[in-house]
Design a protein around this ligand. Structure first.
Ligand SMILES: Cc1cc2nc3c(=O)[nH]c(=O)nc-3n(C[C@H](O)[C@H](O)[C@H](O)COP(=O)(O)OP(=O)(O)OC[C@H]3O[C@@H](n4cnc5c(N)ncnc54)[C@H](O)[C@@H]3O)c2cc1C
Length: 468
């Protein structure tokens, strides 16, 4: 123990020579941390005054946080247990950057649907009955957040709109090709009840600053001519767009390294302790363990955030809500012509789809409450392939790549961007079903919090409670 674990892994940089700076000089230089940010003291500006910040997690939340921290002048090390960035939930999601999907799920309507669907193996939402304390406490908090449904939907829409500009700015500055398609997102509904509900949601989205247009069946056919099926109507959001989250995250991780940050892969965080003078992480790589000190840590560990938060004395009740996707490889001209370019959200089936360049079509959906279970189940993949065949019969499903991922979801569906109870501890996690859509905004907020810049905006409607 006690050794320094050098960085490695396919995406790692060679170890850097670390110049001793006042942020690492010990207790004295860190005492100014005020529980809100690592704000420089007067007279400390300039060379060597960069706080040394660890970001745990190289998914979309961690990598965007690292990039924004570098922009703010921090010395950043991203740590992840996988050999590459974006190997967990940020690998093959629905691909949507969808302010129009900002509605939180905390409503009695969703609860009744969930109960009904419990009886169907292929239902879009599945609550596996085995009770655990984690699941029960999460569900209880989910129900308690129902009165905040409207407020949280508006907040989510605002964040999603704010995120767009940051996301596009980072992609442009760093020249990241992520198969972006800017043709809007079309929500389709099969019956009047669905449409009526969507009309009420549209009013909330408008409060959040998002305009989306009601469309009838003829307009649906005009917006996306390849889409087959009977629909009562829909809503079209031209300002939403899509892309490949893994390509984006991996491209941004390369930019983090180019800009002087460190991305340390194949490295698992085993322990974390904050003592007022900084944060000490216990790390394991290649079977070897060691410890390393940082001035601050930002936990962006997806479904791993709950455990790390507990180690740091905080409660962040992220639950893994499992979802699935299939990526249909479009090998022939006929399949390419028969697949849609406009991104879709089929409300009744709870399915989203995105075109990832000419050769790939992604379909994603389902929400399964089954704990940290990463198995890809045939019964959950089949409905996604069947949806493709039903609505796009000209697309060959001969070559389909299935995937499952765990949405790091808070009970009230809002991410947590906040300081922990102990100095030097911060969170940017719990983005649930909208991690890519929101991450560029929450990363900016997290960087400001850590650095003590601006008003210190945070997202923690329920104050973090002490772990017993
Ligand atoms: C089927 C599906 C469809 C989705 N569709 C969309 C969509 O269309 N649009 C959208 O915006 N969002 C969508 N989402 C949600 C989005 O993908 C997630 O919110 C987002 O990817 C979460 O990113 P993250 O960085 O928080 O977590 P992750 O990507 O899981 O990253 C967390 C990282 O932390 C690392 N880690 C954890 N613990 C440790 C430890 N102890 N030591 C070292 N490393 C650790 C993990 O290895 C992992 O790489 C979808 C999700 C699913 C499952």
């Amino acid at each position: 123990m006690g050794g320094h674990i050098p960085e490695s892994g396919a995406d790692a940089r060679p170890p850097k020579e670390k110049a001793p700076g006042p942020w690492r000089a010990g207790r004295e230089t860190l005492r100014h941390h005020d529980g809100r940010g690592m704000r420089d003291r007067p007279g400390r500006a300039g060379k060597g005054s960069m706080p040394k910040v660890a970001v745990i997690g190289a998914g979309i939340a961690g990598v965007t946080t690292a990039y924004q921290l570098l922009d703010s002048g921090a010395e950043v090390t991203v740590i992840d247990r996988h050999a590459h960035p974006a190997m967990e939930t940020s690998f093959a999601n629905g691909g949507q950057l969808s302010a129009s999907n900002a509605e939180v799920w905390n409503s009695w309507g969703q609860v009744w649907k969930g109960l009904k669907w419990m009886l169907r193996a292929d239902a879009p939402l599945l609550l596996r009955p085995a009770p655990t304390w984690h699941k029960l406490s999460w569900l209880a908090e989910f129900l308690r957040a129902i009165p905040r449904y409207e407020q949280n939907t508006v907040t989510t829409a605002r964040l999603a709109i704010e995120a767009r500009a940051h996301l596009l700015d980072m992609a442009e500055r760093e020249g990241i090709d992520f198969d972006m398609v800017r043709r809007g997102i079309l929500h389709v509904y099969r019956d009047k009840a669905g449409l009526d509900h969507a009309t009420r949601v549209t009013a909330l989205l408008r409060q959040g600053g998002l305009e989306r247009d009601p469309v009838g069946p003829a307009e649906i056919a005009a917006i996306e001519p390849t889409l087959g099926g009977e629909f009562a109507g829909g809503f079209f959001t031209p300002s939403d767009f899509t892309g490949d989250i893994r390509k984006y995250t991996a491209g941004l991780a390369r930019a983090v390294r180019r800009r002087g940050g460190t991305v340390r892969l194949d490295t698992e965080v085993l322990s974390a302790a904050a003592d007022g003078a900084g944060v000490e992480l216990g790390l394991r790589r290649d079977g070897a363990t060691g410890r390393e000190r940082f001035d601050a840590v930002v936990v962006c560990a997806g479904v791993g955030s709950r455990r790390l938060a507990a180690l740091l004395g905080d409660r962040v009740n992220v639950y893994p809500v499992k979802g699935y996707s299939v990526t249909v490889n479009l090998h022939d001209d006929e399949s390419q012509a028969a697949a849609p370019w406009v991104s879709l959200l089929d409300d009744a089936a709870k399915v989203v789809s995105s075109r990832l360049g000419p050769g790939r079509f992604r379909i994603a959906g389902t929400a399964e409450f089954a704990g940290e279970d990463r198995d890809i189940r045939d019964a959950r993949i089949r409905p996604l392939v069947a949806w493709c065949r039903r609505h796009f019969p000209g697309v060959s499903t001969r070559d389909v790549v299935p995937w499952a991922g765990l949405r790091p979801m808070m009970p009230d569906m809002l991410p947590r961007v906040m300081p922990g109870r102990r100095p030097g501890v911060f969170y940017n996690t719990g983005h649930g079903h909208l991690g890519w859509t929101l991450s560029a905004a929450t990363a900016r907020m997290a960087a400001d919090l850590v650095m003590g810049h601006g008003a210190g905006r945070r997202l923690h409607p329920v104050a973090p409670a002490k772990v017993a």
